[in-house]
Design a protein around this ligand. Structure first.
Ligand SMILES: Nc1nc2c(ncn2[C@@H]2O[C@H](COP(=O)(O)OP(=O)(O)OP(=O)(O)O)[C@@H](O)[C@H]2O)c(=O)[nH]1
Ligand SMILES: [Mg+2]
Length: 709
């Protein structure tokens, strides 16, 4: 009777070797064990009850595929052949899924064969098994000996049903594996039939094919030598007295059952411990992977690590990670062992197989097993790419789809199974968390950088604004100082002419009707004082203009000759008075210059007047005009030089300051309010020009005013 072992998702199938005493059953079982399990991963157990020996072992290393998702495993038993151990035989036969009857081919054993065969039928029936429906194959053993029963005779005596039969030599293994392959195949087909799987269809063909593929190598393999520890013998503490009366049949049966259960349990424990070991390995791998992922800051590194770990832990040839960029289709991010992911290659009705998996949102296991869940396009894509099995796991973090992990295994290895699916799912979930963390970290970093640069920019702007405010404040302070100076100067400057005017006007009044030569002196005074007043007013006007409008000059084309005339004419009288000669040296063909003509004339006049006032009697003021090139730009340069005492070197920097007047002039007094040169400098600067002052040798000062033409 087939055993479902749910915790291992495994079905255990029981095959019993039956036959007359000394027919070779034990020898057969040992042969199968040695051939199929050369590494001795499963043990061959032997139970002793009285002097009989029941051998059994689990055949776990065979990959016989799956039925309804359950792995198939085989358990082999022999029974004691001696007549008196019938209770044991019956107990062992209970739950048999298939039987191999090992007949002894020696002539003198024929009666024993017939008796044992009859006994088999009887015991099957006693266990509620229909002998006709039971999978059964026959071995005619010891074909190497003399005095044999011919095969024909054995066939007609034992095999009326036409079952598969094999001549064998158990001690060399000849024919043993062929018989084993036949009983395995028949048993699995019968099992599928009992489970209601259509035994005429494609599924059963696949199962048979898988069984043949699994057993083929063993049929042709030669058996390794017998090992000393091949058989583990479990012996009762007090061996029963062989000569004494046989124990009651029921007692024997119970003893055998208990013993069988014990050893079966022990083999299950072995299996469980192997699975536990594997689980522990897997758990360690998961912890290690989680630790690695937690340290990743680069999303691409997380994906690379996932593929690397999946390939090594799941022992697959190929793997890939696809990702979903914001609102986009899946695309490959990391690919290993394949050029392109097969799930992206196949398209059914505009959807890729990968798309179908992520839409379903569940991990998928694809394996070419008997009853594997058919997954339509995914299965097709995997088969088309030449792989036998695959696992695809959607990568989700907080319910958000990030991508898909897919791993692929070829036909040369056992199919990926539920354990692999589970491991892949855990790796995928861990990586998805790591990936989404790394993405968030990167976003945070990016926005931090943005924030920093914004703060920098604002700080810079603020600094610029502050600098500007400071500059404006300084300028305001400077202008305020000029204003205050201007007011006191103007008051001082206005006082003498005004009182002279008042005096002269009074004198004129008293001389009303007098001769013109008498009044001429007072009129002269009035004119001169009026001129002085006019000059003060002009200076104040200019200063006010510069203070209120420090912008760029308004330019119009003006003839240079006119500008010069307007600058020099008002100073001629003063020059004559001070016995200073004014010489204008300019090229005849003076052109026009784009400037604020009135302002430039005023600036020039201030400089010329300064040169006249600080000259010596008999001295000269020379005004030269040149056209010069600054780079490729045409400029006009005015050079005003005098023959006065000159300005001390230390004072040269201060001549353009407001109200600076230096040493008293020719007449021992300062005229004006000391704004002339400052105004000149501001006018020139507003035109984008240059003004400078230098001492001349051997005497005098030279001021240069240069303007872009
Ligand atoms: N020459 C020869 N000897 C064999 C062959 N098969 C088994 N023997 C020998 O026959 C003897 C009995 O073999 P076992 O395998 O113990 O027989 P068994 O069927 O298990 O016997 P019980 O357990 O007593 O029922 C041993 O000495 C084997 O070496 C064979 O094919 N040829
Ligand atoms: Mg035996």
């Amino acid at each position: 009777m087939v055993q479902f072992e749910n915790q291992y998702r495994q079905i255990k199938v029981k095959i019993v070797y039956y036959g007359p005493a000394l027919g070779g059953k034990t020898t057969c079982l040992q042969h199968v064990h040695r051939v199929t399990d050369p590494q001795r991963r499963s043990r061959l157990y032997s139970l002793n009850t009285a002097s009989d020996r029941t051998l059994f072992f689990d055949l776990l290393s065979l990959n016989l595929g799956r039925i309804r998702g359950y792995r198939l495993a085989i358990q082999l038993y022999t029974v004691p052949g001696q007549v008196q151990y019938n209770a044991t035989r019956r107990a062992v036969l209970a739950g048999a899924d298939g039987v191999v009857f090992v007949a002894d081919s020696q002539r003198d054993q024929h009666e024993a064969n017939l008796q044992s065969f009859a006994n088999l039928k009887e015991n099957l029936e006693a266990n509620g098994i229909d002998p006709m429906g039971q999978p059964l194959v026959l071995q005619y053993n010891k074909r190497d000996l003399a005095n044999l029963i011919p095969i024909d005779e054995l066939e007609s005596d034992l095999n009326v049903a036409g079952l598969p039969s094999f001549p064998t030599v158990a001690i060399t293994g000849d024919g043993v594996m062929e018989a084993f392959a036949a009983i395995t195949e028949n048993t699995l087909v019968s099992l599928a039939d009992r489970l209601g799987i259509d035994t005429t269809g494609h599924a059963i063909e696949r199962l048979k094919q898988q069984t043949r593929t699994a057993l083929e190598p063993f049929v042709t393999a030669s058996a390794p030598p017998v090992a000393a520890d091949d058989i583990k013998i479990t012996t009762p503490e007090h061996p029963p007295d062989e000569t004494g009366p046989l124990p009651q049949e029921t007692l024997v049966r119970e003893a055998v059952r208990a013993n069988l259960a014990m050893t079966d349990l022990s083999s299950q424990l072995e299996l469980a411990s192997r699975q536990l070991e594997r689980k522990a390995r897997v758990t360690r791998a998961i912890i290690e992977f989680g630790r690695l992922i937690a340290h990743q800051r680069d999303p691409a590194d997380v994906l690379r690590l996932l593929v690397k770990t999946a390939v090594s832990r799941l022992e697959v040839q190929a793997a890939s990670v696809m990702i979903v960029p914001a609102a986009g289709q899946l695309r490959e991010a990391v690919v290993h062992g394949i050029e392109h992911d097969p799930l992206l290659a196949s398209v059914v009705e505009t959807t890729t197989a990968a798309g179908a998996v992520v839409t379903a949102g569940e991990p998928v296991l694809i394996a070419s097993d008997l009853e594997g869940k058919t997954a339509g396009s995914v299965q097709m894509a995997v088969e088309k790419a030449g792989f036998a099995s695959a696992v695809a796991v959607p990568l989700l973090a907080q319910d958000r789809l990030l991508g898909l992990l897919a791993v692929y295994r070829g036909h040369d290895r056992p199919s990926l199974d539920e354990n692999d699916l589970e491991l892949a799912s855990i790796l995928g979930a861990t990586a998805a968390m790591g990936y989404s963390n790394a993405l968030a970290f990167r976003q945070l970093e990016d926005s931090n950088i943005g924030l920093e640069s914004t703060v920098d920019q604002r700080t810079q702007e603020l600094k610029t604004t502050l600098d500007e405010v400071r500059r404006l404040n300084d300028e305001l302070g400077r202008l305020d100082a000029i204003k205050n100076g201007l007011i006191s100067r103007v008051a001082a400057q206005l006082n003498p002419p005004v009182s002279s005017l008042v005096t002269a006007a009074g004198a004129l009044e008293s001389l009303r009707g007098a001769a013109p030569e008498k009044t001429a002196r007072f009129l002269d005074i009035i004119r001169k004082q009026a001129d002085a007043l006019a000059e003060v007013m002009e200076n104040v006007g200019q200063a006010a203009l510069l203070v209120t409008d420090p912008g760029v000059a308004k330019r119009h084309d003006a003839p240079l000759a006119e500008i010069l005339r307007r600058a020099v004419a008002p100073v001629r009288d003063l020059a004559k008075q001070l016995e200073v000669e004014i010489k204008v040296l300019s090229p005849g063909n003076l052109e026009t210059i784009a400037c604020d003509a009135a302002a430039i004339s005023t600036a020039l006049r201030a400089v010329i007047k300064n040169a006249v006032e600080h000259n010596r009697p008999g001295g000269e003021v020379r005004i030269e005009v040149h056209r010069v090139l600054r780079g490729s730009e045409p400029w006009i340069e005015f050079k005003i030089s005098d023959t006065g005492k000159g300005i001390p070197e230390a004072d040269l920097d201060r001549v353009f300051d407001a109200f600076w007047q230096g040493a008293p002039g020719v007449r021992g007094e300062n005229r004006g309010i000391g704004l002339g040169l400052m105004i000149a400098k501001q006018v020139v600067q507003r035109h984008g020009g240059r003004i400078s002052v230098a001492r001349r040798s051997p005497e005098g000062t030279m001021v240069s005013m240069a303007l872009p033409q």
